[in-house]
Design a protein around this ligand. Structure first.
Ligand code: UGA
Length: 434
């Protein structure tokens, strides 16, 4: 099939590369000329395992191309996927202005019937705003689809190629068949497409992210209660996760969730509830508990060094909001580092992928090191924020020798408290007896 993807951000680029890998001809459209020129030369603007190979292979096979010309993309495609961003507005609602701009431009361009697909995360009811907008501009018939994306940063390619499910929200039989064809290459083992009307598709996206965030906040709040009783949140996780009704995923207590999706989408759900006079009190608590978790972790460190802030250097491992990404948006590490800097601490930090983003964010306010062990020199404690694989089995002897005292604050429960105690470390983690 011939597909145009507009908005070559995270979701748009991964979707376009994967769809082309499924044999479709995909035109990527973005107004950022620098990004498009780079992609034409196989310069990938984000870090995502497997993406570079996919873009290279499919560009070479001429199934994937890049342009800033929306008209070219629209005229040469049957299906137009909109994947532009919907950032948080100051009031917490999702800002859909970019989605509306692109939809307006598409309406002004189409000459033949098309399937218009919204992949961006948009508030429930947006399908109506877009269909009304497009129909007010053009008489050319079109078929509207809400097709939310569920891929995770760090495993986005894998998630797209082998999805748990694909949600297609449409009231058009034609669009249903067309979308079945779009996803057919990824449904060879079993058909995991779920059809529904657009409002339910839009709601499913928010419900999914908010449900996962709820699990995490619940575990994080329990971890604080575990601390008060001397219980171990890791044992509790195993104890409840083995119940198949609960399942094992997304139950890891830590420093709190971050990224460009969970906080933004939970906020947007709360805003939708307020607007509909149907308060989302659970979602509000999920968000509150998340900030409390950041505060609790930062608070442990601030309390430990109280009165010595100006003489203390913290060695930080991990800046990205989770492993396998260079994304620092709403990263708990960034939130906590701001608190440490305000208090007067010196920060030396390392992250395998997120250093350029951190440099842009902090400039010379923190010191960035090229290697993980470099940050330990003349530091007073190691603080672990991100669950990168390379932080899981470090050389504790070197850490002990290099730090001014053997002290670790672990926001991801990566190490065994008993083992660290045996090695002579003072070790603080999340919801586990020291
Ligand atoms: C999330 C969803 O998982 C995707 O399905 C969705 O498509 C995406 O948002 C989106 O809306 O675009 P992502 O933000 O990439 O994906 O990251 P996750 O792997 O979900 O992690 C989110 C945060 O929760 C991270 O800070 C992570 O460290 C934290 N987390 C995750 C925990 O603290 N504990 C866990 O058990 C799992």
């Amino acid at each position: 099939m011939n597909i145009a993807v507009t908005g070559i951000g995270y979701v748009g680029l991964v979707a376009a590369a994967c769809l082309s890998d499924g044999g479709h001809h995909v035109i990527c459209v973005d107004k950022d000329r620098k990004k498009i020129d780079g992609l034409k030369k196989n310069i990938i603007p984000i870090y995502e395992p497997g993406l570079t190979e996919l873009v290279q292979r499919n560009s070479k096979a001429q199934r994937l191309c890049f342009t800033t010309d929306l008209s070219y993309g629209v005229q040469n495609s049957d299906i137009i996927i909109v994947g532009v961003g919907t950032p948080s507005s100051p009031d917490g609602s999702a800002d859909i202005s970019a989605v509306l701009d692109v939809s307006r431009n598409i309406a002004q361009i189409i000459k033949k019937p098309k399937v218009i697909v919204t992949k961006s995360t948009v508030p429930v009811g947006t399908y109506k705003i877009i269909t009304d907008l497009v129909s007010s501009i053009t008489d050319v018939p079109f078929h509207y689809v809400s097709n939310p994306e569920f891929l995770k940063e760090g495993s986005a390619v894998e998630d797209f190629l082998k999805p748990d499910r694909v949600i297609i929200g449409t009231s058009s039989d034609y669009a249903r068949q067309a979308m079945q064809q779009v996803y057919a290459p990824f449904m060879r083992k079993s058909n995991r497409i779920i059809f529904m009307e657009p409002a339910s598709a839009e709601m499913s996206k928010y419900a999914s992210n908010a449900m996962l965030a709820t699990r995490i906040s619940f575990m994080n709040e329990l971890s604080a209660l575990c601390d008060t009783f001397g219980a171990n949140i890791e044992m509790v996780r195993k104890g409840i996760g083995s119940d198949s009704r609960i399942g094992n995923s997304f139950l890891f207590a830590g420093v709190g969730f971050g990224g460009s999706c969970f906080p933004k989408d939970v906020r947007a759900l709360i805003h939708m509830g307020d607007k509909q006079n149907c308060p989302m009190s659970i979602a509000q608590s999920v968000l509150d508990a998340n900030y409390k978790q950041h505060e609790r972790f930062a608070g442990k460190i601030l309390d430990f060094f109280k009165g010595k802030e100006n003489k203390t250097t913290l060695a930080v491992w991990g800046l990205a909001f989770k492993a396998k990404t260079d994304d620092i948006r709403e990263s708990p590490a960034i939130w906590c580092i701001e608190k440490f800097l305000d208090a007067g601490f010196k920060i030396k930090a390392y992250d395998p992928e997120a250093m350029p983003a951190a440099k842009e964010k902090f400039g010379s306010r923190i010191q960035l090191a090229e290697y993980d062990y470099d940050v330990l020199e003349s530091a007073d404690a190691l603080v672990v924020f991100t669950d990168w694989q390379e932080f899981r089995g470090p050389d504790f002897e070197t850490i002990k020798k290099t730090l001014s005292e053997p002290l670790i604050f672990d926001g991801r429960n990566l190490y065994e408290p008993e083992y660290l105690a045996k090695l002579g470390f003072k070790y603080f983690s999340i919801g586990r007896p020291q």
